[in-house]
Design a protein around this ligand. Structure first.
Ligand code: NAP
Length: 246
């Protein structure tokens, strides 16, 4: 155990989550890299950060599985003594006409993107309430604000995360806990790997800041919300989207 602050980042095996984990490690936090299926990339990231002297562990837990999430939080507290910041980043994309979307896909998107966040909040809250402090940061999406055609279920799951953020901010505020949300625009990760260069260019040409965003730009905003500079901010959703939602 050490006297550093501790953060758990869900879905930190790659993409935005991996960069959030790196940013927190560089800020001196104990970092828990949560992953589900990408063990190899999660363990590679953990090893490379540990080799550079950072305090980092990797922990497998499917956010849809309440018991696995509870175990992750128990083990984090055992290892590091507390959970000061919890970043709900894990998520999956789904595209398709609503009428052609199978029940299985609807359940899967809602279970990972919304119920997964609920599972994690429920599991970490008793500890944060006991500490009378904590910061929960949820990763939604601009589509949770404005809705995307052919991404109705994804948009609904991400709108749910924004609603949850506001409600939980009210509920947990008196216990010294802030709950905030980030709505990224199009960010350069594997989630967008299926888009063609033309599709990306068409999307970015409509933005005031005419380019795709970087994982680092999301991670910097997460760090801000986790910092003392954001102590009086709660229940908010910050769009980091190049101006798309203006
Ligand atoms: P990504 O590269 O596809 O990474 C997704 C991460 O989520 C992976 O680490 C994955 O872990 C994890 N994950 C998925 N299902 C999980 C589960 N059941 N339990 C635990 N972890 C799980 O995606 P990304 O682009 O970095 O997206 C990160 C977040 O930002 C998501 O919530 C996404 O909706 C949101 N977002 C992304 C964009 C964008 O343009 N990229 C825009 C708006 C919002 P494993 O591989 O180990 O399973």
């Amino acid at each position: 155990m050490n006297n550093k602050k501790t953060v758990i980042v869900t879905g930190a095996s790659k993409g935005i989550g991996a960069d959030i984990a790196i940013h927190f490690a560089e800020k001196g936090y104990n970092v828990v890299i949560n992953y589900n299926s990408s063990a190899q990339s999660a363990l590679l990231l953990q090893r490379s950060l540990a080799q550079n002297g950072y305090s980092v562990i990797a922990h497998k837990a499917n956010v849809t599985n309440k018991l696995e999430v509870e175990l992750m939080i128990k083990e984090t507290i055992y290892q590091f003594g507390s959970v000061d910041v919890f970043v709900n980043n894990a998520g999956i994309a789904y595209e398709g006409l609503l009428n052609e979307t199978e029940d299985y896909d609807i359940d899967n998107v809602i279970n990972v993107n919304l119920k997964g966040v609920i599972n994690c909040c429920r599991a970490v809250l008793p500890h944060m309430i006991n500490n009378k402090s904590g910061k929960i940061i949820n990763i939604s999406s601009i589509w949770g604000i404005s809705g995307a055609s052919c991404e109705s279920v994804y948009s609904a799951s991400k709108a749910g995360v924004i609603g949850l953020t506001k409600a939980l901010a009210k509920e947990a505020g008196p216990s010294g806990i802030t709950v905030n949300c980030i709505a990224p625009g199009m960010i350069d990760t594997q989630m967008n790997a299926s888009l063609t260069v033309e599709e990306v260019n068409e999307f970015t040409s409509k933005l005031p800041i005419s380019r795709i965003g970087t994982t680092s730009e999301i991670a910097d905003t997460v760090l801000f919300l986790a910092s003392d500079s954001a102590n009086y901010i709660t229940g908010q959703t910050i769009a980091v989207d190049g101006g798309l939602t203006i």
